[in-house]
Design a protein around this ligand. Structure first.
Ligand code: KIV
Ligand code: ZN
Length: 521
């Protein structure tokens, strides 16, 4: 084993997907996993098999279809979880089961209601059970950074004896500090006699903005796997950001002497893919992938750059996959060029889906002078990956008008379970009018929590991307839609969200939703 190699364990599809509003459907997860494989991550945590039928199915599909990385499922330290993880991973060439239980007194007392001895026994039993299925077993002592060190050492030693090959140390609540977290890893290396039989991994949350710094400190002290997510998405303030970890290791190889297997030119496409699929925008000043990460505004900096790039640029935009120009296709582009460009953006579509997307592209290219990558991404999202899941409601036609002189009105025709229903009405602006009509046709009792519009590219002919957040009986869904006509984009987003709520009702009726209510749409 190369001792300077840091393994990248991507948990975008598991912890990342736990970000509020970031849920992805199975098809979207497969697309993301394929891009992660291109990016060169070593391990893909594809989900938490036992948590929902959607997660199980996504892990299974990724295990069957994605070549290269190890495919992993999370499992609580419970027999049914471990069995379900293996059930989903069976087809993977390189399967890993990742099981966890808390080791901090705070969690054991209040959440798990277990003694330390009980938790230790449970961890050992479940690692043994997982080892009966696969040779690659990861164990996480959850809330490790707030656990009593001697007990933590004891648990780690025992689970390694039971078959764990990776020991992941989570800073579950993002409480640690770089020097303390580094010291914790050093302590584990010095006090766990059989630690040389396992790889030490870290999993840091960003509650205090220290996830990357804590992970780096761990690596400096001997950890050789980092758990991270694209764009740093994840529970609460998120996880350590994959792109930052990878580019720190690459850019400061002089100081750190470490490497990863990340193909850094795939970083930006991966970031864009995740952002457009989840609807979670990347902040402009985000390191590596933010809009401003390579934008030099100051005259002095610009002057320096023109003379010599290294004056103000520690890494090039090209090295993270930001192309000089994102202008790609126009109305004369053919199907072949279209397919190739989508492939470069991480989308490999079936012939049917490609035909649907190409037709839509042609219509778009007729309206817009130039079609940017962002337009293509939105188009594939809207037309292919985010189909109206249950197809209960489908938009047939829409007419809306507003302006300063007339009362805003909308006429909407929907297919409801295949039957056309047309209604019209007024509102406070054309979007409001259209939403009121859709609400009347569908009889929805949902509450609109958020409505957001974003121009995908520049210019008044840009496509608008609309995201709506709906709540019904404590369940929240996000709907998205894109179109050059903002009212159409809005209604598509609204219908997409309503269909997700309907889909959930179907799953509930069929008993496919777990008690805790998680379902992946
Ligand atoms: O944050 C955490 O502790 C986790 C574990 C399941 C690894 O996500
Ligand atoms: Zn986590």
């Amino acid at each position: 084993m190369d001792n300077n190699r840091v393994y990248i364990f991507d948990t975008t599809l598991r912890d990342g997907e736990q970000s509020p509003g970031a849920s992805m459907n199975v098809e979207e997860k497969v697309v993301v996993a394929k891009q992660l494989a291109k990016l060169g991550v070593d391990i893909i945590e594809a989900g938490f098999a036992f948590s929902s039928p959607g997660d199980f199915e996504a892990i299974k599909r990724i295990a069957e279809e994605v070549e290269g990385p190890v495919v992993c499922s999370l499992a609580r330290a419970k027999p049914a979880d471990i069995d379900s993880a293996y059930g989903a991973l069976k087809a993977a060439k390189k399967p890993r089961i990742h099981t966890f239980i808390s080791t901090s007194d705070i969690h054991l007392k209040h959440q798990f209601r277990m003694t330390r001895d009980e938790a230790l026994k449970c961890a050992v039993d479940m690692v043994e059970r997982a080892s009966g299925y696969v040779t690659d077993v990861e164990f996480s002592p959850m809330d490790a950074s707030r656990s009593e060190p001697n007990y933590l050492y004891e648990v780690i030693e025992a689970v390694i004896r039971a078959g764990a090959t990776t020991i992941n140390i989570p800073d579950t609540v993002g409480y640690s500090l770089p020097h303390l977290f580094g010291r914790l890893i050093k302590g584990i290396k010095e006090n766990v006699p059989n630690i040389d039989k396992a790889i030490i991994s870290v999993h840091c949350h960003n509650d205090l903005g220290l996830a990357v710094a804590n992970s780096l400190s761990a690596v400096i002290n001997g950890a050789r796997q980092v758990e991270c997510t694209v764009n740093g998405i994840g529970e609460r303030a998120g996880n350590a950001s994959l792109e930052e970890i990878a580019m720190i290791i690459k850019t400061r190889a002089d100081e750190l002497g470490l490497t990863t297997g990340i193909n850094t030119e795939q970083i930006f496409p991966a970031s864009r893919l995740i952002s457009s699929i989840t609807g979670m925008k990347v902040q402009a000043n985000k390191a590596i992938v933010g809009d401003n990460a390579f934008a030099h505004e100051s005259g002095i900096h610009q002057d320096g750059l023109l003379k010599e790039k290294t004056t103000y640029e520690i890494m090039s935009p090209e090295s993270v996959g930001i192309a000089a120009s994102t202008l790609v296709l126009g109305k004369h582009s053919g199907r072949h060029a279209f397919r190739e460009r989508l492939k470069e953006l991480g989308y490999e579509l079936s012939d049917d889906d490609l035909n649907k997307a190409f037709e839509r592209f042609k219509r778009l290219a007729d309206k817009k002078k130039v079609v940017f990558d962002e337009d293509l991404e939105a188009l594939v999202q809207d037309e292919v990956l985010r189909p109206d899941i249950a197809e209960k409601y489908v938009l047939k036609s829409l007419q809306a008008n507003g302006g300063t002189e007339s009362l805003p009105r909308a006429e909407v025709e929907l297919f409801v379970d295949g039957i056309p229903v047309k209604e019209s009405g007024e509102g406070d602006g054309p979007v409001d009018a259209a939403f009121k009509v859709v609400a009347r046709i569908t009889g929805t009792g949902s509450e609109l929590l958020r409505y957001a519009v974003n121009a995908i590219t520049e210019g008044t002919d840009a496509q608008g991307e609309v995201s709506v957040r709906l709540k019904e009986n404590d369940y929240i869904v996000i709907g998205q839609g894109a179109h050059t006509d903002i009212i159409v984009a809005s209604v598509r987003a609204y219908i997409n969200a309503l269909n997700k709520l309907e889909y959930r009702k179907v799953l509930k009726k069929e008993g496919l939703i777990e008690k805790k209510g998680k379902v992946v749409l």
